[in-house]
Write a protein that binds this ligand. Sequence first.
Ligand code: CTP
Length: 404
Amino acid sequence: MNIVVGVTGGIAAYKTVHLVRLLTKAGHDVTVVPTEDALRFVGTPTWEALSRHPVTTSVHDDVARVRHVALGQNADLVIVAPATANTIAKITAGIADDLLGTTLLATEAPVLLAPAMHAEMWRNAATQANIATLRARGVHLVGPADGELAGGDSGPGRMVEPEEIVEAALALIAPQDLVGVRLAISAGGTREPIDPVRFLGNRSSGRQGIALAADAAARGGLVTLVAANISGDVLAESRHPSIRVIAVGTAAELATAMTDAATTADIVIMAAAVADYRPASVSDQKLTKEQGVLTHLELVENDDVVAALAAARVAGAAPEGQTIVAFAAETSESADERRDRARRKRGRKGVDLLAVNLANAEQGFERHDNTVEIVGDGGEVVASAAGPKREVARVILDTVRSVR
Ligand code: CTP
């Protein structure tokens, strides 16, 4: 999507740096349009480096491409963060004395404002009247939050956190095609304890599963996210009122949580990397070299969670029409071989769709980007996606929608 981020002159502009990063990471094409005042807080090189587009405040640059209206015309969404009291007043009056003003007047895309100002300015009758007018015209607002403000005051007027702005933004542009649909999504990688300090684990960061949960929630879905060992910063991207997180550690814990969530889920997505084996016994004391017991580890096989969920569906223990998606990380360099393995794996597990990706030291795990092919129940590749994991998530959910 083409997103214009307007930045106006408030100290919260430093938080907008993170907002632009989150939006570009999610695969959006972001153009930053600061006001002159905003550049006193964060400068042009920062915005250009983050957005990879030239940045100007003036309507007189790039006149040949009528930039002063083209940006607004081509935008799918315009965000203004922070939106100061002054800018809010100017937008209400339709003043277009800089590039942000002309862009806002020229756009027919949704507009989202994230106000930031002192509590008195926010409560002022002029600001409140402007906000009421803008709301009546269909302008969207996120925040302001109540909290500490610059200068030590506190009250309403603090710009909400970038993650909350992203959530509000994506909800405006995402199709609302999963409203009321219940999803059970697993993410991350299980850890099978050996002793109190060691485990058998894998490199899954949980990012692809988190991206699926976030995209599903933005589209109106109600998500139970079973999160196996996901770090706090990755998990933060799934903060949404429609996402309920259940933290698990081992494959057995994940199996219990997913089995429970799947009994009411319309869509089940197993994005987690589940350990196929666990140590036969877990020592309650740290194993030592003196004991010489770490050279051989006896393993027992874990249940295949997704295969069991598919079997439960066949047995009628799942909502009518439930769709089940599995993942496979394959290391073969040959695309044909990966597809063949994916076809066999899909049939073996009894799932509707299987998303297969190439995983090696450079690709797949611990990265923001992913490349997947989705194999359908006839064994054919029904869709493919490459790019940021949020974009891949969007394609996977589109494909799920198309087979339901
Ligand atoms: N999976 C599962 N339970 C397990 C292992 C895997 O539900 N005990 C799920 C994963 O979440 C994923 C899919 O099965 O959606 C594919 O996992 P993968 O490890 O590739 O499949 P395996 O059947 O273990 O095949 P392989 O021999 O290639 O490891």
